[in-house]
Design a binder for this molecule. Structure first.
Ligand code: C5P
Length: 413
């Protein structure tokens, strides 16, 4: 899949990120990370340790960030550099973080520019360990990682499992991919009080209602809108459960993904999770009907003749029928996708399913609806006037929705 276009947006835009690179082979991936963060609108200051410079050159980072790279604790213009870097940073990320770095940081050493800057900051710190899997599993390394994890403001991102350098393969040790690290940095920058310690439930994607073992009744939903809401809610600090029908999208980093096929399965997953949710967002395009019978064997052409009649029965209304299980004081958001009488139908759904907010989109408008990156929506609540938003990316729509949810959550706290 091609990498999505990175456009400046919150929470990265205009923020200062200190990217520390230590001496591991994964350092080459951090050039991509520095580039992605810069394209998202952040100002990225890169600090390379002496060992990192054996793997990557300062020039590579300067080329992608447009800013000088820092290497030395003791230089004429760097006399108080560690203090400035620590003070100015909105977030610090160390990627890759070697076993040696983790040990020095856990000890609180101040023997190089990066470790010293860590002692001079109040910013959140994301540490991305990367090393051979046997080294990562060593009790000494585990102890050091745990010490960092317990430190207020520190997050340990990864390591992942997968192919390691030198042809080794086994347990965790591999650095997370740059786009995943970006998400962790986004969360460090974007966590907000309204969403901290909150649980958010999101439904997304289509459902598939089986006709026989190979065929189904479904719809064109891609899941993009719901995935965007789930990713944005996690970035704002919430714990997120994403109940997703079949979708080809990459699961958002950090969310608890529950995969389902049919509306019945989605109903069961929602019924299970909704009682604990402070926010529920019903972005799934649930099939309204399902075949009354599912054949156990593939239906053959010859057996059907000229016509194949399928009898359909209504599916459960997931949002409506789980109303009684909602947590007291929670905020619920529904979607309505219409081709006629948009506002009238939207108002009816808002009332009938008892949503706090309803996001209406008119699929007849260009750039809105299914299987596109953008959306043009109107947001309604129980009291106010409908609010029509301009055409924007689904990521931006997700932020608009979560802004409105946040003000309701804060009011009910
Ligand atoms: O399909 P409809 O336009 O009625 O969907 C309105 C809202 O209800 C959406 O938020 C959708 O996710 C939800 N819904 C549901 N269960 C259904 C149908 C829709 O939860 N069976």
């Amino acid at each position: 899949m091609p990498r999505p276009e990175l456009v400046p947006r919150r929470p990265w835009q205009g923020r200062r990120i200190l990217l520390g690179v230590t001496g591991g082979i994964a350092a080459y991936k951090s050039i991509q990370l520095a580039r992605d963060l810069t394209r998202l609108g952040a100002e990225v200051d890169v600090v390379l340790t002496a060992a990192a410079q054996k793997f990557v050159a300062p020039l590579s980072f300067e080329g992608v960030t447009g800013r000088p790279v820092l290497t030395d604790l003791f230089s004429v213009d760097g006399a108080a550099m560690h203090l400035r870097l620590g003070k100015d940073a909105d977030a610090i990320c160390v990627a890759p973080a070697t076993a040696d770095f983790v040990a020095r940081a856990a000890e609180g050493r101040a023997d190089d520019l990066l470790c010293t800057a860590l002692l001079a900051t109040h910013a959140p710190v994301v540490v991305c360990p990367a090393m051979n899997d046997r080294m990562f599993a060593h009790p000494q390394v585990q102890e050091n990682v745990e010490r960092l994890r317990q430190r207020p403001g520190y997050v340990i991102a990864g390591p992942g499992v997968g192919a390691l350098a030198a042809g080794e393969e086994g347990g965790p040790g591999r650095m997370l991919e740059p786009q995943d690290i970006t998400e962790y940095i986004g969360r460090a920058l974007g966590a907000e009080d309204a969403y901290r310690e909150r649980r958010v439930l999101v439904t997304a994607g289509p459902t598939r209602e089986a006709l026989d073992p190979v065929r189904y009744v479904g719809n064109r939903s891609s899941g993009r809108m719901g995935y965007a809401v789930a990713a944005a809610a996690w970035r704002r600090g919430a714990s997120v459960t994403l109940v997703s029908g079949p979708s080809s999208l990459e699961p958002p980093v950090g969310v608890d993904l529950v995969r389902v096929q049919s509306a019945d399965e989605m109903f069961a997953a929602v019924a299970d999770a909704i009682g604990a949710a402070d926010v529920s967002v019903f972005a799934a395009a649930v099939a309204d009907f399902r075949p009354t019978t599912t054949e156990s064997d593939k239906v053959k052409r010859e057996a059907v003749g000229d016509e194949f009649a399928v009898l359909l029965a209504p599916n459960p209304d997931i949002a409506g029928e789980t109303r009684d299980r909602r947590k007291a004081g929670s905020v619920t958001v529904g979607f309505a996708l219409e081709t006629t009488d948009l506002l009238e139908n939207a108002r009816k759904k808002l009332a009938k399913k008892d949503f706090d907010l309803l996001v209406a989109n008119d699929v007849t408008q260009e750039g809105a609806g299914f299987d596109v990156e953008t959306n043009r929506v109107t947001i309604l609540d129980k009291q106010g006037e409908p609010e029509s938003l301009p055409l924007m990316s689904k990521d931006a729509v997700a932020e608009e929705i979560l802004d409105r949810v946040a003000s309701r959550l804060s009011a009910r706290r």
